[in-house]
Design a protein around this ligand. Structure first.
Ligand code: SUG
Length: 416
């Protein structure tokens, strides 16, 4: 059995819109009320997936959830007097950011030798708290092989859990036993700390991780206050490499020391604050990059276009490439529609280390399937959504019909 890293990207849903629902996510609040372009957004996402497949990497996807979410509107007893922010929540396409779908512990790390996934409860943001039941249904389908996978329900709602966005894994190679690092925030700052320490500890216990190969690390409160609402906005790991902003963790040196003690050979690529400020890191999403090992073995950082637009970030990246560090290539992708809601290349994917043959093939991407999906998107995804369109019944029908067409194409109508 060959374990590989498979990236499951969230297909951007036909209801993609900018409603400014996430306090502490500066891009989302800044762009509140702007016109969104769901068709372009979904095509940008597919292009990113295609690029990673071209590089020889295994690629999967997860589908948009039913939106507007009638079950959620019913639970809110929504009517014409209801706060528009709540109605917009029912329309949110936020499940596209699959880094928040679940936390994943690959088989080499767990006591029973299965790959464990715990769906994230996402309780910190009302519009995201409605995601988990439909996400769980999808995970149970994609990872139905019970001899390989164990899919868990969410941790208790009193502890916010935002999934893999606050989880890093270090290993000599993806299929080897790893060190799992859970990053949590402490509340009390001006923005919500979305990952609770207890949620991380519960996930680690449920997954049967060896306490000797787990770390719980606090996020720097200054990073949360600057807009790093998830740790993956300021740090990303791949195999033995940690690519991080200097100010990502509350105890910078203590965190690096603990990682290198438990994962000898770990390398820290740190970007100093005097080269790239926290604010520049958050606007450019330098760290919300995919750090990938293609078959060539040359580690590649997949960054959003916004990094090339930033003089300090681009110049730091050029200096990094000119040196002899472990990250050998930088690839730029256009995910501007997602970025405007605070979701970069890394937010859009959930990493699962597993044998691709054990995954339900309906969730695995091929170039031919990508082309067919692009056809459905081009024909049925709305071109644009203005703030005033949210709540419009005719548009709701268009959105539902578009999703149904995609489920039909992929033979996944049981997700209706
Ligand atoms: O939860 N944005 C998402 C972005 C998630 C990014 N994910 C990671 N960093 N892994 C969020 O804040 C905006 C939706 C709106 O405002 O309409 C939103 O939910």
């Amino acid at each position: 059995m060959k374990l590989q890293e498979i990236n499951f990207d969230g297909l951007v849903g036909p209801s993609h819109n900018y409603a400014g629902l996430s306090l502490g996510n500066l891009a989302a609040t800044k762009n509140a009320g702007d016109t969104s372009y769901p068709r372009a957004a979904a095509l940008q996402g597919i292009a990113k997936m295609r690029g990673n497949m071209d590089a020889g990497l295994a690629q999967g996807f997860l589908l948009p959830l039913p939106r507007p979410n009638s079950r959620w509107l019913e639970a809110l007893a929504a009517d014409e007097t209801t706060d528009p922010g709540l109605i917009a929540g029912a329309w949110s396409a936020s499940s596209m950011w699959t880094a928040n779908a679940a936390t994943v512990s690959p088989a080499p790390d767990t006591a029973d030798g299965k790959c464990h996934l715990t769906v994230a409860n996402l309780v910190s943001m009302p519009h995201r708290s409605q995601e988990w039941p439909d996400t769980l249904a999808q995970l149970k389908l994609a990872f139905a092989d019970e001899s390989t996978f164990a899919v868990h329900g969410p941790v208790p709602a009193c502890f916010g859990d935002e999934g893999a966005a606050n989880h890093m894994r270090f290993a000599d190679e993806h299929g080897a036993p790893g060190l799992e690092v859970f990053v949590y925030g402490r509340s009390g700052g001006k923005f919500p700390a979305r990952q609770h320490e207890q949620a991380s500890r519960i996930v680690a216990r449920k997954h049967g991780l060896d306490p000797e190969r787990v770390l719980f690390v606090e996020q720097n409160p200054d990073a949360i206050a600057a807009g790093a609402f998830h740790n993956d906005v300021v740090a990303v790991a791949n195999e033995r490499v940690l690519f991080t902003h200097e100010l990502a963790f509350a105890d910078r040196q203590g965190t690096y020391d603990a990682i290198t003690a438990k994962c000898p050979g770990a390398q820290v690529v740190e970007v100093p604050a005097d080269r790239v400020s926290l604010s520049e890191a958050i606007t450019s999403y330098l760290f919300n990059a995919q750090l990938l090992t293609p078959p060539s073995g040359e580690m590649t950082l997949v960054v959003p276009e916004e990094c090339r637009d930033s003089v300090p970030v681009w110049s730091w990246l050029q200096d990094m490439l000119a040196g002899n560090g472990p990250i050998r290539h930088v690839k730029v992708v256009d995910v501007r529609q997602s970025m405007a809601n605070g979701g970069g290349p890394a937010c859009l994917r959930l990493r699962v280390v597993a044998d691709p043959a054990k995954v339900d093939p309906r969730f695995m991407l091929t170039q031919a399937k990508a082309e067919a999906m692009e056809g459905v998107i081009s024909a049925y995804w709305p071109d644009q959504i203005d703030a005033t369109d949210i709540g419009n019944e005719a548009l709701a029908d268009t959105i539902r019909a578009a999703r149904t067409k995609m489920l039909d194409l992929l033979d996944l109508s049981e997700l209706t």
